[in-house]
Design a protein around this ligand. Structure first.
Ligand code: URA
Length: 293
């Protein structure tokens, strides 16, 4: 890749990153002039280590004390000079771990060695995500790994995953042609819903994946995916089937496959949502196979 193309790619990543930050309500990031320079030269920039929080938050996610912060070039340096609650610090730690990642493999390595929150202690395997990372038509975003995913290190491989695979096939794709990820990368004990703090801490991984993958559309599966990407205030019932956007990428909220297993009568509405995505992508609606009918 030429220096110019590389610089353009890095700036596009920065643009997507900032779009996402703005959408999530952040109004300021501090950029050191040396950092800006690093985007062009790709030199490593050292940032000061996060200062300890002055006032501990009541909603703290326990933060691993020995966490080291490998600060790489480029977007990594966007991590703000840290102060604030333990949750904010843990989020910044994760941002710094992943922001300079240049490939999905680097992000996966950061996810699999992450100890930023307490879920690291109970997971068997972290689940970074799988699929086509080169601007696929669709990125599916779920909630969190369950027991099967935790064992295998791959998202959506249990019962809900089998239904998702069928939904993907009904749209005319294979799992390998799309990308599949979750809002949080480690299984919450007993498959409970991830807390807002856990989502906040883990989200930089998904954001950086989205910056690199550059999917043409995102399908947010269920309430947790919608809250994680669009804000805790949204409800799936009010936005399902209505186009949203995330970092400038069209996002379709629909039901989670686990919900569809519990409430099969909702499948027809979910299929309408998936057809809207096909239409946005200019893809025909495949004729249903006997198996799908
Ligand atoms: N449910 C999810 O949301 N994600 C998975 O990976 C599996 C089940």
């Amino acid at each position: 890749m030429s220096k110019r193309t590389e610089a353009k790619r890095i700036l596009e990543e920065l643009h997507t990153y900032l779009d996402i930050e703005i959408q999530q309500g952040r109004r300021m990031v501090s950029l050191d002039p040396a950092v800006v320079q690093s985007f062009l030269t790709r030199k490593t920039v050292s940032l000061p280590k996060p200062a300890p929080a002055a006032v501990p938050s009541k909603r703290a996610v326990p933060v691993a004390k020995s966490e080291s912060v490998p600060v790489a070039a480029g977007a990594a340096a966007l991590a703000e000079r840290a102060s604030g609650s333990p949750v904010e610090q843990a989020e910044k730690t994760v941002s710094a771990r992943v922001a300079g990642a240049q490939s999905l493999e680097e992000i996966a390595a950061a996810v699999c060695t992450c100890g930023a929150c307490h879920l690291a202690k109970t997971r068997q395997k972290a689940v970074p995500g799988v699929g086509n990372g080169a601007s696929p038509d669709i990125l599916f975003v779920g909630e969190a790994p369950g027991a099967d995913e935790d064992k295998q290190g791959e998202p959506f491989v249990g019962r809900a995953g089998q239904l998702l695979t069928k939904m993907i096939a009904a749209m005319g794709y294979t799992r390998e042609q799309v990308f599949i990820a979750n809002i949080i990368k480690c299984r919450p004990p007993e498959n409970r819903t991830p807390t807002p703090d856990e989502m906040t801490v883990c989200l930089p991984y998904l954001k950086q994946q989205i910056s690199l993958i550059r999917p043409k559309t995102i399908i947010a599966l269920g309430a947790t995916a919608c809250k994680g990407l669009l804000g805790q205030g949204v409800t799936i019932s009010s936005i399902r089937g209505i186009w949203q956007q995330f970092g400038g990428i069209p996002l379709m909220p629909t039901f989670h496959p686990a919900y569809l297993l519990r409430v099969p009568s909702a499948k027809a509405a979910a299929w309408e949502d998936l057809k809207k995505v096909l239409s946005k992508l200019g893809r025909p609606v495949p004729a249903p196979t006997k198996k799908q009918v």
